[in-house]
Design a protein around this ligand. Structure first.
Ligand SMILES: [Zn+2]
Ligand SMILES: [Zn+2]
Length: 326
C-alpha cells in the first residue's frame, strides 16, 4: 500500500489527497480557480439549487419588509412553518431515497455501516429519531429566530439593506461570498466547540453521530445552533437583500443536511447527478481531531489539522491525537 492510497475501513472514498480551494494556493492558477468555482456551482450543484430555493422563497413565501417592521405572531409563525416544511422536505426526501428505499444501494456511500437503529446515547433511543428531534425542535426554531431578528432589523434601519438597483454586481457577488464566509466562520466556531468544556456540554450532541445521515447535519445542542447559525449576523455589517438572508440561512441549514448525507453524490439513472456529502467532514465524525473546517477556506491546512484522506495523513493525525490526549 502506498502512502497516497485511500484509507481502509471505508466503503467509498473520493480521489485522494483531497484538494483545498485553489484561491488559497500560490501561485494563482486562473484555470484551476475557474474550474473550482465552476464545478461547485454549475451545472448543476447544490449551491445553485439553494439559490433557486431562496428565490422561490422570497417570491412566494416571504413577507415584505413593511410587514416585518413590527413584531407579530402571524408572520413569525409563518416563517417557522415554512422553514419546518422546507427542512423536512430536504432532509426527509434524502433520507428516504438513500436510506429508506436505498435507491442507490451502497454506491458512493462513505461508511459501510448502516445508521444506528438503537443506542443509549441517543435521545428517544435511536439515531434518526434523535437527529430529527434536535433538528426540528431546536434547529428550525433558532434558524427562524435569526431570520426574524434580521428581517425586523432591516425593516427598522438597524441592518443595512442592499438593492439590485443600487449595485447589481455586489448583489450577485454576495451569493458567491456567503459560502466562503461560512467556511471561514465555521472553522473557528468549530474549533471553539472542541474546547473540552464546550465539547462535553454542547458539541457532544452532534458527535453522537460517528456515522452520519441527512438528519444528522443540523442535529445539535441549542447552544451550538445559536453559535453555528450566528454566521448570519454578519449582515448587521455586510449589506444584503432579503433573498441573501434567506440564502445564507438556508445554505447553513440545508448544506448541513447534504454534507452529512453519508454519500458523495446522488445517483439517478446510473449517473452522479448532484454532489452531496464531503469525505472531509465525514472523516471529522469518525476521527474527531481533524478537518474542523471545509475545503473552501484552507484553515485546516494552515493549522495542521488537515486530513486529506491518505494513509500518510492518517498517521500524522494519530500522532497529533496522542499529543492532544497525552
Ligand atoms: Zn466537531
Ligand atoms: Zn458534523
Amino acid at each position: 500500500m502506498s502512502e497516497q492510497d485511500p484509507l481502509p475501513g471505508w466503503n467509498h472514498t473520493p480521489n485522494v489527497p483531497l484538494q483545498v480551494s485553489p484561491v488559497f494556493r500560490l501561485p494563482w492558477k486562473p484555470g484551476d480557480i475557474f474550474r473550482w468555482f465552476w464545478s461547485r456551482w454549475f451545472w448543476i450543484s447544490e449551491k445553485l439549487v439553494f439559490v433557486g430555493i431562496a428565490l422561490i422563497t422570497v417570491a412566494w413565501f416571504q413577507p415584505p419588509l413593511e410587514v416585518t417592521r413590527s413584531i407579530s405572531i402571524d408572520w413569525i409563525v409563518g416563517l417557522y412553518v415554512r422553514n419546518l416544511l422546507l427542512f423536512t422536505a430536504v432532509a426527509g426526501s434524502l433520507h428516504l431515497y438513500l436510506y429508506g428505499w436505498r435507491a442507490q444501494g451502497d454506491r458512493l456511500k462513505f461508511d459501510p455501516r448502516p445508521l444506528a437503529a438503537r443506542g443509549k446515547q441517543f435521545t428517544l433511543g435511536g439515531q434518526v429519531r434523535d437527529n430529527m428531534f434536535w433538528s426540528l425542535a431546536s434547529g428550525v426554531t433558532v434558524w427562524t429566530g435569526y431570520e426574524v431578528l434580521l428581517f425586523w432589523a432591516m425593516a427598522n434601519g438597524y441592518a443595512p439593506v442592499l438593492t439590485w438597483e443600487a449595485s447589481p454586481l455586489w448583489f450577485l457577488a454576495l451569493f458567491f461570498f456567503i459560502p466562503i464566509w461560512e467556511s471561514f466562520y465555521f472553522y473557528w466556531i468549530h474549533r471553539l466547540l472542541h474546547w473540552p468544556p464546550l465539547y462535553k456540554r454542547v458539541h457532544a450532541v452532534h458527535h453522537r453521530n460517528v456515522n452520519v445521515g441527512p438528519w444528522s447535519g443540523l442535529s445539535m445542542h441549542p447552544v451550538e445552533h445559536v453559535i453555528f447559525l450566528g454566521s448570519g449576523l454578519v449582515h448587521f455589517i455586510v449589506p444584503a437583500a432579503p433573498v441573501h438572508i434567506l440564502f445564507h440561512m438556508q445554505y447553513l441549514t440545508l448544506t448541513a443536511v447534504t454534507t452529512h448525507s453519508g454519500f458523495e453524490g446522488l445517483i439517478v439513472k446510473d449517473k452522479n447527478r448532484l454532489d452531496l456529502g464531503t469525505f472531509h467532514h465525514q472523516m471529522h465524525h469518525r476521527y474527531f481531531e481533524c478537518n474542523y473546517g471545509s475545503l473552501e477556506v484552507p484553515w485546516d491546512k494552515v493549522f495542521g489539522s488537515f486530513h486529506d484522506g491518505t494513509v500518510e495523513a492518517n498517521e500524522r493525525m494519530k500522532e497529533r491525537r496522542k499529543r492532544i490526549m497525552g
